[in-house]
Design a protein around this ligand. Structure first.
Ligand SMILES: Cc1cc2nc3c(=O)[nH]c(=O)nc-3n(C[C@H](O)[C@H](O)[C@H](O)COP(=O)(O)OP(=O)(O)OC[C@H]3O[C@@H](n4cnc5c(N)ncnc54)[C@H](O)[C@@H]3O)c2cc1C
Length: 338
C-alpha cells in the first residue's frame, strides 16, 4: 500500500515516501451478494416485505409484523436489517448513530477509461489531500460479472471528505431537490456538488489520481456514522451485521463482521443445545469484536483524516513511524479473544 502525496516535482503520479506491505483480496459487492443469494431457496426469501414490528410473546416466542399484514411467530428473530436497524431500535431505543464529521464520496470507473493502469494494477494507494484533511483510496475490483480479467475490472475510488454537521442538509440535497438520508445514490448527486469535489481532487491530489476521479460519472456519497451496542440480543431477538455495531468504513470490515456474527451464532447454537445459553455465549464475543473494530476505525480516521502526515515532504522513516504509532494494525489486532 503506497502512501502518496501531491508534490510538484513528482507529477503526475505523486510522491511515495513509503509503501506498506499489504495482502488484500477485493470483491465486487453485487457479485458476492448474487452468489450468496443463489444459495437461498426462493420460497423462504420474501423480497420486498418490510418488517414493521416485533413483540416478545413469551420467553420462547417472538411475534413479527410485516407491512402487508402477515403476522408470524418464531423461536428466534434475527435482525440483519442494516445501519438503520428496526431491531436495534426495538432492543435498545436509547442507542443513537454517531455522525463522524465526514462523508465518503465514491465512484467507479471502467478500466477501459484509464490509459495507464500501472499505479493501481496490483496495489491500493492511499493518497493524502494536500491542503486539507481527508484522504483517497483507489483500487481495482472485479467487473459487475465478477470477472478479474485485465480490461474488465472497475476502478473503485473513495475520498473521505470532512463535512460539518450544518452543511449536511445542502450536501444531501440531490439533483431533483430531494433531501436524502444517509446516502446519495449514483446519478443523483447535484452537478455543482460533484464539480466542487472534483475540483478539490484536481487541486489536492496528484494529477493521475485526480484525472481518474474527474472522469468518473455518477459519483455518489455516504455520510459516515458509527454505533456501538451494549449487547447483540435481548430475549429471543438478536442483531447481526450493521444492525449491531456499525464500524467506520476504513476498516473494510462490514461484510466480514456480518459473516462472523452469523457463523459464530450457528456454531454457538450447535454447541450449546440450549438457545438461551447459546445466545449468552455468542453475545459476549460479538460485543468485544465490535468494540475492537470501532477502536481500530478511530485510529484510522485520526491518522487519515484528522492528523495526517504531509506526504509531499515526509521521508520514509517519518511516514513509517507516523503510521505505526497512529494505527496499531495489523500487529496488535486480532479478532480472537486474548
Ligand atoms: C461508504 C461505505 C463503504 C463501505 N465499504 C465496505 C468495504 O469496503 N468492505 C466491507 O466489508 N464493508 C464495507 N462497508 C460496510 C458494509 O456495507 C456493511 O457493513 C454491510 O453492508 C452490512 O451488511 P448487513 O447485511 O448487516 O446490512 P445491509 O447491507 O445494510 O442490509 C440490510 C438489509 O435489510 C433490509 N431492511 C432494512 N430494514 C428492513 C425492514 N424493516 N424490513 C425488511 N428488510 C429491511 C435492507 O433493505 C437491506 O437489504 C461500507 C459501508 C459504507 C457506508
Amino acid at each position: 500500500m503506497p502512501f502518496v502525496g501531491k508534490s510538484g516535482e513528482h507529477e503526475p503520479l505523486g510522491r511515495i515516501p513509503w509503501s506498506m506491505p499489504l495482502d488484500l483480496q477485493t470483491f465486487h459487492w453485487s457479485h458476492l451478494w448474487k452468489t450468496l443469494r443463489a444459495r437461498v431457496p426462493d420460497d423462504v426469501y420474501h423480497a420486498g416485505q418490510a418488517i414493521t414490528g416485533a413483540d416478545v410473546l413469551d420467553e420462547r416466542t417472538v411475534g413479527v409484523r410485516t407491512a402487508d399484514g402477515d403476522d408470524a411467530e418464531f423461536d428466534l428473530l434475527i435482525f440483519a436489517d442494516g445501519a438503520q436497524s428496526l431491531g436495534r431500535r426495538l432492543l435498545f431505543p436509547d442507542v443513537q448513530l454517531l455522525y463522524r464529521g465526514y462523508a465518503l464520496w465514491r465512484g467507479l470507473l471502467p478500466e477501459t477509461s484509464i490509459d495507464d493502469t500501472a499505479p493501481i494494477d496490483s496495489t491500493v494507494p492511499r493518497i493524502s489531500h494536500r491542503h486539507q484533511p481527508g484522504d483517497t483510496v483507489m483500487y481495482f475490483i472485479p467487473g459487475r460479472d465478477g470477472s478479474i480479467e485485465p480490461g474488465s475490472r472497475l476502478c473503485n475510488w473513495a475520498s473521505y471528505v470532512p463535512l460539518r454537521e450544518e452543511s449536511i442538509p445542502r450536501f444531501m440535497t440531490d439533483s431533483s431537490g430531494r433531501q436524502r438520508e444517509g446516502m446519495i445514490p449514483p446519478g443523483s448527486m447535484r452537478l455543482d456538488e460533484e464539480q466542487r469535489l472534483k475540483q478539490m481532487a484536481l487541486d489536492n491530489l496528484p494529477q493521475w489520481y485526480a484525472n481518474v476521479i474527474a472522469r468518473t460519472e455518477n459519483t455518489y456519497a455516504h455520510l459516515i456514522y458509527t454505533v456501538d451496542v451494549p449487547s447483540y440480543y435481548k430475549g429471543r431477538m438478536c442483531l447481526i451485521g450493521d444492525a449491531g455495531a456499525v464500524i467506520q468504513p476504513f476498516t473494510g470490515s462490514g461484510i466480514f463482521k456480518g459473516y462472523n456474527n452469523v457463523r459464530s451464532l450457528i456454531d454457538a447454537l450447535q454447541d450449546q443445545g440450549s438457545v438461551d445459553r447459546a445466545l449468552r455465549q455468542w453475545d459476549a464475543m460479538q460485543v468485544v469484536i465490535g468494540r475492537r473494530l470501532l477502536a481500530l476505525g478511530e485510529q484510522m480516521e485520526q491518522a487519515f483524516i484528522w492528523n495526517p502526515i504531509d506526504l509531499s515532504t515526509a521521508d520514509e522513516k517519518a511516514t513509517r513511524e507516523w503510521w505505526q504509532s497512529s494505527v496499531r494494525f495489523p500487529e496488535d489486532f486480532n479478532l480472537q479473544r486474548r
